[in-house]
Design a binder for this molecule. Sequence first.
Ligand code: G3H
Ligand code: 13P
Ligand code: ZN
Length: 314
Amino acid sequence: MTYTELGLVNTNEMFRDAIARNYAVPAFNFYNMETLQSILDAARITHSPVILAVSESALKYMGTDMLTGMIRGANISPDYKIALHLDHGTSFDACAHAIEIGFSSVMIDASKLPFDENAELSRRVAQHAHKYNVSVEAELGVLAGIEDENTQSDFSSYTNPADVEKFVNATGIDSLAIAIGTSHGAYKRKKEDEELRFDILADVATRLPGFPLVLHGASNIPQKLITTINEFGGQLSGARGIDEIQLRRATKMNICKINVDSDLRLGFTAAARKSLSENPENFNPREFLSVARQEMTKICIDEIRNIMGSEDKI
Ligand code: G3H
Ligand code: 13P
Ligand code: ZN
């Protein structure tokens, strides 16, 4: 199955336009029908390009046939500029498998390996993926937080700007994820006013003019969702994300893909908890799944408008 048969596009043209017009394409993670529908609804409503991100564990959760069946069933038109992207691929084989089943973009995340090993694996993946016109993201620097069940990391190390040109030239990748202080999950910040390392981002952008950069672990963690979750029985006190203003600033500095997973998880959970708690007699899952889906669509639309700047860009 090739991705064009599924109505998908790779990320190359998307990123060229995002760099030229100073916005970021959102990469929202999905793992079931409701998350997929809410992202696609938001893309259609806002006319925004969107990257559908699937982690290895999400792929395992859905199963290959169910995933491709859902994508086919979504009737995606190439006019909608939708990419299907493997998030945090951990091996050559994982990336090759994703390409085989119809992904239009893959990330090889060898960021915890020494520079030379990371570069060599990323180069091999890029060489393979480019035969199929699939775009490739790799990463330099390590984000803190749980990235995936296969790649748990408790420590972080910022990207060293002095490494980036050598890495991009050695690998032939199409975009580069960098570590400038974001982290995965809902507990990103100890204090309200912690700043991302814009000095590192500026240095990288100067060394790689016009080259697409990617921000992982960039959920905003809306406090109203945390309040709702805690009000209806959850325990997420202290959860804090990346400030909207800082994310918008990053989109003006060659960050052209911003990854968001936790915000949709929070939206889903907040809506489901509230609905179940307020309707104790309900035992029809479609009721709380519907409100959860609406809440996630709303979050995607808000972020497309207020963070990514990608509305009406297709
Ligand atoms: O960055 C990683 C994503 O949040 C994926 O997480 O492996 O639990 O689906 P997951
Ligand atoms: P968040 O945990 O901040 O949503 O990050 C998601 C991500 O980076 C997916 O690759
Ligand atoms: Zn990530």
